[in-house]
Design a protein around this ligand. Structure first.
Ligand SMILES: NC(=O)c1ccc[n+]([C@@H]2O[C@H](COP(=O)([O-])OP(=O)(O)OC[C@H]3O[C@@H](n4cnc5c(N)ncnc54)[C@H](O)[C@@H]3O)[C@@H](O)[C@H]2O)c1
Length: 454
């Protein structure tokens, strides 16, 4: 029986391994983490992350061929294939601070693998990493007495939070990068044979290690670039009375452009886009490619600008002061169907509103615990019920595209708010015409405002 270990039981490690275990009953899958609370939650029915369909998949294999544990060393010793899915955040100190990846967790893991291995291992990079990290990994792994052979593969994860289970069950492609040596090719085949149990062979793509590492950074850079591009056009729409939805539809029907990822919004968030683009920027700078670095840095700059612009529009609309005004954020998660708040635009918007001395109220179906941790602000009110959250508010700002917000009774909400009542729809989620008819002053993204003001 093949034994797989995954180090890191986070948003990637947990769902990925649960799907492998479900599809490969003949493979033993163990997921370890240094955080005992996270492991305890994975063993319970209150999983540490919210993801539609995840609990059912975990329950189908947990205790059979899916085990969660804190025994990292033992797990390493027993495994044939080790996925490393630890976090690789942006460095906050020293050289490359604010841009380069912080690889301390990564290196610790490499050393731990070396110390606890007595048989050959395939080590799989699941985390998103700077290009050529596999080389550093190999140098550490091969610094031992040489009795154990380690083959390092790159197998980046392309799942999106909120749709992780469907993305994993039916991926666009599985990418495996390996060395062009005999052992490298054998390792690729072994890993591919696991995915082949549920993924069609034509979707399993193999490349060299560096192409695989770079493809993951490039995919995220391109996706974020599309959002920043359409958001840049949204600002032009607001200035010219063009409508960004109409522009998106018109350009998206061009088969060379395509319709996906063209929704204007308050900006992208999540733990990956910004971090991975900055990682690419740092890589470019390291190789003296300064113009290329500047090009990609602008995608991040445009995203920050979009959030600032959103708050500036709120302040101008509300008569140039929001001091003491109750402003309710509908949603705090960085996107719908997740409780993840890392790099959420709601975070920067909240901080700007607090700096303007507004009274901030936050409602979200899944992310209130994370929101309270992130903001760490006594001045903020957290309220699960959107009707309660909106009561007495001067304005609502839609920050997350939770579908349930579309079905709320906005007449009731309008009745309970201070007049004139404002809605700033940072996701273009709601029916603006209807809201305007109810009496709201409505400010979408990339479209003319619908107001009752002179
Ligand atoms: N979140 C996503 O949507 C997504 C998608 C694709 C790729 N990725 C990449 O996957 C990687 C993991 O992301 P995530 O969102 O799952 O992060 P996460 O923070 O949710 O999970 C990482 C886990 O690793 C654990 N960990 C850290 N060091 C450890 C060690 N030495 N031993 C055991 N456990 C350790 C942490 O306790 C944490 O639980 C990142 O590189 C990220 O860029 C993330």
């Amino acid at each position: 029986m093949t034994k797989i270990l995954c180090i890191g039981a986070g948003y990637v490690g947990g769902p990925t391994m649960a799907v492998i275990a479900q599809n490969c009953p003949d493979v033993q899958v163990t997921v370890v983490d240094i955080n005992p609370d996270r492991i305890a939650a994975w063993k319970s029915d209150t999983l540490p992350i919210y993801e539609p369909g995840l609990l059912e998949v975990v329950q189908s294999s947990r205790g059979r061929n899916l085990i969660f544990s804190t025994e990292v060393d033992q797990g390493i010793a027993d495994a044939d294939i080790i996925f490393v899915s630890v976090n690789t955040p942006t460095k906050t100190f020293g050289r490359g601070a604010g841009c380069a990846a912080d690889l301390q967790y990564w290196e610790k893991t490499a050393r731990q693998i070396l110390e606890n291995s007595t048989s050959d291992k395939i080590v799989v990079e699941k985390s998103t990493l700077p290009v050529r990290t596999a080389r550093a990994m190999e140098r550490i792994l091969h610094s031992g007495d040489g009795n154990v052979h380690f083959e390092v593969l790159s197998n980046p994860e392309f799942l999106a939070e909120g749709t992780a289970i469907t993305d994993l069950m039916d991926p666009d492609r599985i990418l495996i990068g390996g060395h062009e040596t005999e052992t490298g090719q054998a390792a690729i085949e072994k890993l591919a044979s696991i995915y082949a149990q549920w993924v069609p062979p034509e979707k399993i793509l193999t490349t060299n290690v560096w192409s695989s590492e770079l493809s993951k950074l490039t995919a995220n850079a391109f996706l974020a670039q599309r959002i920043s591009s359409i958001n840049s056009i949204a600002s032009v729409c607001e200035a010219t009375e063009a409508n960004v939805d109409e522009v998106s539809r018109a350009i998206g029907m061009d088969s060379r452009i395509g319709a996906k990822f063209l929704r204007a919004s308050v900006g992208f968030g999540g733990s990956c886009f910004k971090k991975d683009i900055l990682n690419l920027v740092y890589l470019c700078e390291t190789y003296g490619l300064d113009e290329v670095a500047d090009y990609w840095r602008q995608v991040v700059a445009m995203n920050s600008y979009q959030g600032e612009r959103f708050v500036n529009r709120m302040i101008s609309a509300m008569f140039n002061t929001i001091v003491g005004k109750r402003i309710t954020l509908f949603g705090f998660a960085f996107k719908a169907d997740t409780g993840d708040t890392r790099e959420s635009p709601a975070l920067t918007v909240s901080r700007q509103l607090l700096a303007e001395r507004a009274d901030v109220v936050i409602t979200d179906p899944q992310a209130l615990v994370n929101a309270a941790k992130d903001l760490n602000e006594d001045a903020v009110t957290y309220e699960q019920d959107p009707y309660e959250a909106a009561k007495g508010a001067h304005a609502i700002a839609v920050m997350t595209e939770w579908q349930q917000y579309r079905d709320l009774d906005f007449v009731r909400i309008h009745d309970s708010m201070v007049k004139p009542a404002f809605i700033f729809d940072g996701r273009n989620l709601l029916n603006h015409k209807e809201l305007h008819e109810i009496g709201f002053n409505v400010y979408p993204i990339g479209k003319a405002a619908l107001t009752h003001l002179e």
